[in-house]
Design a protein around this ligand. Structure first.
Ligand code: IZC
Ligand code: ZN
Length: 410
């Protein structure tokens, strides 16, 4: 064996190669006094420490908690500038959509992203990724959507591709040209939608720049009718659909996402009962983003109702310069307990196996099982409950990605 992690106080992991739904979301495996053996970047032994095979190298976990590496299945990682000035506008009474309608919000970031060079975006992205890794995220989904023209959408995705090649985190790319209507198409939204579907999608696919296609289906952004048209085109172009739906207003977005064949639906704060049932019936993973509810001071999604209905729930950061500028997935994990009333085992599944399922990788990552990729977090924690209790601190001790130690905090 190449590497053994020994003296693990508790190893906590969901099991399986598909999203965990309903009661099974809270059914995790806990092994005390455990060890994990790693060979060629994959897990080769899981079990009691006293029975662990010999290894060339050993990491002594000194009684700490070990979990799978965290999967952040929803971020807008590559962007120019920040939007700290929106805080005062929000405090003065403007809403997220008021700011967007006035040409700010997403469109502010579009301006700054268009101005930024690939090198600038790359340098910024590398810094953010190393911070995310230090907080335990070993796989991160990343959306475009701040270019909103062919050249700048491709620029964002090329930067994301290069980041994935250089950073020690794994990046999964999503094309989101339908994030907003850019100012130059304000009076001609149909023309912009055609540009997204008939020009950008084929170019993205031809260069292998994205696996998924997401859209922002919301009042004052894209209607459900437009969204289902755009996602239908995405499927024709070989991109797997995802959708931001029912975040601010209940407009039947969850139902639309289910009928468009989305792998995951995002936000869902205002999803209807029928919408939740449609997600369950169509195996759509719910990517819930409690950090965004927290930052915008909004309602929290009905996670308990979703779990009861049999929807697989993932929890992600939504890291972006507007609605959640926080990249630490440990905060949404805490909020999922404290606000959604999910228990620690359900949240662990949400940020590992179900996050992996939301990006089509549940057979490779998201659990600690023999044969899976060796992505692990060693926590400065004696047990699972503690990491959902000491909120606000980075509780990660060290991070292993594909069998290599890639981050160590003291
Ligand atoms: O930049 O505001 N919700 N898109 C949809 C976002 C938030 C990102 C942003
Ligand atoms: Zn988002």
């Amino acid at each position: 064996m190449e590497l053994i992690l020994k003296n693990i106080g508790v190893l906590a992991t969901p099991v399986g190669n598909t999203a965990a739904k309903g009661k099974s979301q809270g059914e995790i495996t806990l092994i005390e006094k455990a060890a994990v053996g790693i060979e060629a970047g994959r897990i080769a032994y899981i079990g009691l420490c006293e029975r662990a095979p010999a290894a060339d190298k050993t990491i002594d976990c000194e009684g700490r908690l070990v979990t799978p590496g965290l999967v952040d299945a929803h971020t807008h990682l590559v962007f120019g500038g920040w939007r700290q000035k929106e805080m005062a506008r929000k405090l003065a009474g403007e809403s997220y959509l008021d700011i967007l309608r006035s040409g700010g919000g997403i469109l502010d970031t579009v301006g700054k992203t268009r101005e930024a060079s690939e090198d600038e975006l790359f340098e910024k992205g590398m810094g953010l990724l190393s911070d995310m890794l230090a907080h335990g995220s070993t796989t991160i989904e990343c959306k475009s959507g701040y270019g909103l023209n062919l050249a700048d959408e491709l620029k964002q995705l090329r930067v994301a591709k290069k980041l994935g090649e250089h950073a020690q985190v794994e990046l999964v790319r999503t094309f989101m040209g339908a994030h907003a209507i850019p100012p130059e198409y304000r009076c001609d939204r149909e023309e912009y939608i055609d540009l997204v579907c008939d020009v950008m999608m084929p170019a993205v696919k031809a260069e292998g720049l994205a696996e998924f296609c997401d859209i922002f289906c919301e009042t004052a952004v894209f209607t459900t009718k437009e969204a289902s048209y755009i996602l239908g085109k995405a499927v024709e172009h070989g991109l797997i659909p995802k959708a931001h739906v029912d975040e601010i207003n209940p407009i039947g977005g969850a139902e639309m996402a289910a009928s468009a064949g989305c792998l995951s639906a995002e936000h869902l704060i205002q999803a209807s009962d029928e919408g939740i049932q449609a997600l369950a019936d169509n195996n759509v993973v719910a990517c819930l983003l409690p950090g965004t509810s927290f930052h915008l001071g909004k309602d929290y999604a009905r996670a308990r109702d979703m779990i009861l209905a049999g929807v697989a729930v993932a929890v992600c950061t939504d890291f972006n310069p507007g609605s959640n500028p926080n990249l630490n997935l440990q905060l949404p994990m805490y909020l999922a307990c404290n606000r959604y009333r999910m228990n620690p085992a359900e949240v662990l599944t949400a940020v590992t196996l179900n996050g992996a399922a939301a990006i089509g990788r549940a057979d490779q990552i998201g659990t600690l099982e023999v044969g899976k990729q060796a992505d692990l977090v060693i926590w400065n924690s004696p047990d699972l409950d503690y990491i959902f209790y000491r909120y606000g601190n980075n509780l990660v001790n060290s991070v292993v990605k594909k069998g290599k130690v890639v981050a160590q905090n003291c």
